[in-house]
Design a binder for this molecule. Structure first.
Ligand code: AP5
Ligand code: ZN
Length: 217
């Protein structure tokens, strides 16, 4: 399957993507994770992206689209993928359409995770991520690790993302409404959007998402 996951910052895209990708046996492609990996490795791409991310703004399309295309071109993505955080504006959605068209394939669904803004802010404020693997995501209250500051899955150190400050989160929400939400209409016109309320326990949301995707398949 080829799926796009969309939703405001902190909606639980990364959390759900880890389970959905595993259940569907497709790679989880997160442009945010790719940028963060480039930043920690000190690459030119990481240097180009860092200031935009710290400000809560979108990284320019020419950087992002090239990186996403490269990743989608890897052999493991040949038969499907779960895109998390890409596309994030209409220009990127059009670029994705071109890639799919060139490969003679189509998206199966756009899964839209709906979460009220006050909940999103609480989720982001308490989020902690593993230094070894960004798919290991915790929350100090909702999904606390057994030992404070230590990843349950690999023993790695947990940290708080630099763009998870109150001011930056507000900016990211603003950018989501003005630049990313329009892609929901773009995909709605293609009949691809499935909206689910992503409240409740993580496994309940996964079940809801899997049920909705199965109905589409
Ligand atoms: P990115 O990394 O994509 O961040 P985001 O979209 O802001 O989303 P988040 O990672 O903040 O949240 P999430 O929805 O994944 O939530 P999570 O699962 O962690 O992008 C970061 C930056 O990179 C952007 O601002 C931009 O600068 C740049 N960028 C990335 N892609 C780009 C693109 N295509 N174009 C241009 N720029 C781009 O969950 C949040 C917390 O909630 C966790 O603590 C989790 O444990 C908890 N939680 C999850 N589910 C539940 C639940 N059901 N109940 C209770 N708690 C829950
Ligand atoms: Zn870990």
């Amino acid at each position: 399957m080829r799926i796009v996951l969309v939703g405001p910052p902190g909606a639980g895209k990364g959390t759900q993507a880890a389970f959905l990708a595993k259940n569907l046996a497709i790679p989880h492609i997160s442009t945010g994770d790719l940028f963060r990996a480039n930043i920690s490795q000190g690459t030119e791409l990481g240097k180009a992206a860092k200031a935009f991310m710290d400000d809560g703004k979108l990284v320019p399309d020419e950087v992002t689209i090239g990186m996403a295309k490269d990743r989608m071109g890897k052999p493991d993505a040949e038969n499907g993928f779960l895109l998390d955080g890409f596309p994030r504006n209409v220009v990127q959605a059009e670029a994705l359409d071109e890639v799919l068209k060139a490969d003679g394939v189509k998206l199966d669904a756009v899964l839209d995770l709906e979460v009220p803004e006050d909940e999103v802010v609480k989720r982001i404020a308490g989020r902690r991520i593993c230094r070894n693997d960004s798919a290991h995501v915790f929350h100090v209250a909702y999904n606390a690790p057994k030992v404070e500051g230590v990843c349950d899955q690999c023993g790695g150190e947990l940290y708080q993302r630099g763009d998870d400050t109150e001011d930056t989160v507000r900016k990211r929400l603003e950018v989501y409404h003005s630049e990313t939400e329009p892609i929901i209409d773009y995909y709605r016109a293609q009949g691809l959007v499935i909206t689910i309320t992503a409240l409740g326990k993580v496994d309940e949301v996964t079940r809801k998402a899997m049920d909705a995707l199965r109905r589409e398949a």
